[in-house]
Ligand binder design. Structure first.
Ligand SMILES: [Ca+2]
Length: 81
């Protein structure tokens, strides 16, 4: 079971779309944008449905900020296979 944790400082987390990109380029959505969620930051761990994927290769987080004004930064992330 693959678990992905992300720690993001941001002033409006509803702006954010977070994906996990596998070594072969497959993207797994961890978080979608939400216009109704204006709370601060993301610090969560979620289970990713990614059958057949292994730790081999380079995994990357991809964070997109879909709206102007509010900004932030990614502090860290982790994967557990
Ligand atoms: Ca923004």
């Amino acid at each position: 079971m693959l678990q992905a944790g992300v720690d993001i400082t941001h002033t409006c987390r509803g702006d954010l779309v977070v994906d996990l990109v596998a070594p072969d380029g497959s993207a797994y959505r961890l978080k979608s944008a939400s216009s109704s969620d204006s709370a601060d930051g993301v610090d969560t761990t979620c289970t990713v449905n990614a059958p057949g994927e292994t730790a081999d290769g380079t995994w990357k987080p991809r964070v997109q900020d879909t709206a102007a004004q509010d900004t932030g930064r990614t502090n860290g992330w982790r994967l557990t296979f």
